[in-house]
Ligand binder design. Structure first.
Ligand code: SF4
Length: 280
């Protein structure tokens, strides 16, 4: 296994099909990544997506016994010996969570619920320490499906958290950034339903795009204000910019924002009472 860096989120750095370790800005340490789309298929095509060879589609059925074996193997490697000293930069030498992320939309796996149950089982086996939190990083498009909602509810009951991607709040914004003309109202309904099932944070990528902001800031602020006024239990917002190069044709038109620029963007949301963390 190579030395881990924030700039390298290779899914194959442990030679496994579903499981890979990363140093995560989001987690503030090492995260055990679970890639449910090794074939690199997603129902979005975000202009900033770092996945090489991304295609449109959904994840295939996950081999649960293989996933469980890989998780056990990864935990023994990380928790024994000199893994942190040899592979992880100083300041990040702590195991933080399991994260369903990877090269596509995790909830599109037909047996996503079984996957969630498998990870809950593995996390619960860590009797010597606190069970690790489970984080699902999702674009939220399938969050109205009963099977996905049921899995989110079980996650919520087992220290689960959801990072719900919301880069835009208008159909034009979804089309421009995620290459998917979603109906904004339906997507916000899915966000609300998710937040009521499991602790949920908005996950928002912000960047310069063809010389302008990635989406309409005033509109975004107004949507968040309404969600909060309606009592939607959002836990906060994770605002971040581009840490790794986009593999999409739009890559040359994108500009990463600095920490100071992100702080300026975060401030109006904080004034609404939302907990906002920023990661350049
Ligand atoms: S949702 Fe994630 S995997 Fe899918 S295109 Fe966007 S960044 Fe890539």
């Amino acid at each position: 296994m190579r030395r881990l860096e924030i700039s390298d989120h290779s899914r194959d750095n442990a030679g496994l099909k579903y499981v890979y370790p990363v140093v995560s800005r989001r987690a503030g340490g090492v995260s055990i990544g679970i890639n449910l789309s090794p074939e690199a298929s997603c129902n979005f095509r975000c202009v900033y997506c770092q996945v090489p060879g991304l295609s449109r589609g959904k994840s295939a059925e996950v081999d649960i016994p293989q996933l469980e074996a890989e998780l056990g193997q990864m935990l023994s490697v990380i928790c024994q010996g000199d893994f942190f000293a040899k592979r992880v930069p100083v300041g990040s030498q702590q195991l933080k969570d399991f994260a369903f992320s990877g090269d596509g939309e995790p909830t599109s796996a037909p047996n996503f619920g079984d996957v969630v149950d498998c990870v809950i089982r593995v996390a619960a086996k860590r009797v010597e320490t606190q069970p690790l939190p489970l984080v699902v990083i999702t674009n939220g498009t399938l969050a109205s499906q009963p099977a996905v909602q049921s899995a989110f509810k079980r996650l919520g009951a087992h220290k689960g958290r959801i990072w719900f991607k919301l880069d835009a709040v208008t159909r034009a914004g979804f089309d421009r950034i995620n290459s998917t003309p979603l109906a904004a109202e339906d997507h916000l309904d899915r966000l609300e339903a998710t937040a009521r099932l499991c602790p949920t944070w908005i996950q928002r990528c912000v960047f310069g795009f063809e010389g302008t902001a990635s989406d309409d800031e005033a509109e975004y602020l107004s949507v968040v204000r309404t969600l909060l006024a309606d009592g939607v239990p959002l836990r906060g917002m994770l605002m971040y910019s581009l840490a790794r190069p986009s593999q999409q044709p739009e890559a040359p038109k994108l500009r990463a924002l600095s920490q100071a620029e992100l702080e300026v963007r975060a401030e109006p949301f904080r004034r609404l009472g939302l907990d906002v963390s920023v990661h350049a």
